[in-house]
Design a binder for this molecule. Structure first.
Ligand code: RAM
Length: 342
């Protein structure tokens, strides 16, 4: 009995250093922190994106830091990035509130060895290793104008309700909307884009901007809101004012927030991708970048856990990007099955 205890003690003593080294290794790996910064707080879309990022980082054995400023401004994101540099995070993935304004602080981060990526809303190519894009920007822009044409019956006033005027994702989609109109001028001859309004991805401002559009343009037929906050606010206003059918709302919306308006007809159909997957894909790109497996060059591939393999491609802004996939159309036939997912 005694000999057994002694033997066990000897085994424990022999194994202990190995266990300690292993534990230290795991702790060091666990201490590697990857940060994600969204545009602002209070946006369920951003919460889903950050949730996906945290899942993807944890699945790889690391720690996720999720941050978002109160207001969707570049200044507020700069402050957060400065804090993250001081905390010596391994990577920063940012949904940019401005294309160029983050460049100085992100350059400082990169000079300190931090891997910098953008996701959802790009920062300029000089500031990032690569951009994680939810879907092809041209396709999003063109599809939304085609939807408005369809919903307006080919003619009438249409308006855009966007997020902030500096959001690079919305601005790019709006550019493609304008190109779609200009390149098919005869098709869209009777469709008038009367205004681009900015609700800043804030609920109340988006509501008042929608009310402003209705007041300024009594013959408005369609509101295109390429923002989940804007489209939900427009759906609410149209519903509350009894304008269902008269003014149609389309754009990019979260099924969970838009089910009510798709079911009551305010929004005949709309589009989106899975925001959880945008975050999850970003997590795998960020770790690959820190580990030197991703430098952002066209043609590089990396694996993104449950989503499979992805390739870096040329982006329209001169940098590179990774595309999640095609946007999905939500309408009365499928909204019930998606409204509980995201
Ligand atoms: C809002 C944000 C986000 C955008 C979606 C569609 O939640 O502006 O950046 O991708 O809408």
């Amino acid at each position: 009995m005694k000999r057994g205890i002694v033997l066990a003690l000897i085994v424990i003593m022999a194994v202990a250093p190995i266990v300690t080294v292993f534990a230290r290794g795991a702790q060091e790996a666990g201490a590697q922190r990857h940060a994600f910064i969204f545009k602002n707080t209070g946006n369920p879309y951003g919460d889903k994106q950050m949730e996906g990022f945290a899942d993807g980082i944890r699945a790889q054995g690391f720690e996720a830091i999720l941050r978002a400023p109160d207001q969707p401004t570049a200044e507020a994101q700069i402050q957060i990035i400065e804090q993250l540099i001081a905390q010596r995070v391994a990577s920063i993935s940012v949904t940019g509130n401005d294309f160029d304004a983050l460049q100085p602080v992100l350059t400082r981060a990169r000079n300190q060895g931090i891997a910098v990526l953008s996701a959802d809303s790009a920062v300029n190519p000089a500031s990032r290793i690569t951009h994680i894009n939810q879907a092809d920007s041209e396709m999003i822009g063109r599809t939304l104008i085609q939807a408005a044409y369809d919903m307006a019956g080919g003619s009438g006033d249409i308006a855009i309700l966007s997020a902030t005027s500096t959001a690079s994702n919305q601005n790019l989609w709006i550019e493609w909307m304008q190109k779609e109109l200009a390149e098919n001028a005869s098709k869209y001859a009777n469709l008038n884009l009367v205004r681009i309004a900015y609700g800043d991805d804030l609920r109340d401002k988006s509501v008042s901007e929608t009310e402003g559009l209705l007041q300024s343009f009594p013959n408005l037929r369609v509101i295109i809101a390429p923002t989940t906050v804007g489209i939900a606010a427009a759906g609410r206003v149209i519903t509350d004012r009894g304008l269902i059918g008269q003014v149609k709302v389309t754009g990019l919306g979260l099924p969970s927030e838009m089910a009510e308006y798709i079911e009551n007809g305010a929004t005949p159909y709309m589009f989106l991708w899975n925001p959880i997957d945008v975050g999850y894909l970003t997590a795998y790109a960020a770790v690959a970048a820190v580990e030197g497996r991703l430098t952002g060059a066209v043609g590089e591939t990396f694996s993104a856990g449950r989503l499979g393999d992805f390739e870096v491609v040329q982006a329209g802004d001169g940098g590179t990007e990774v595309l999640l996939g095609a946007p999905f159309r939500f309408d009365p036939s499928n909204i019930a099955e998606w409204k509980t997912v995201y």
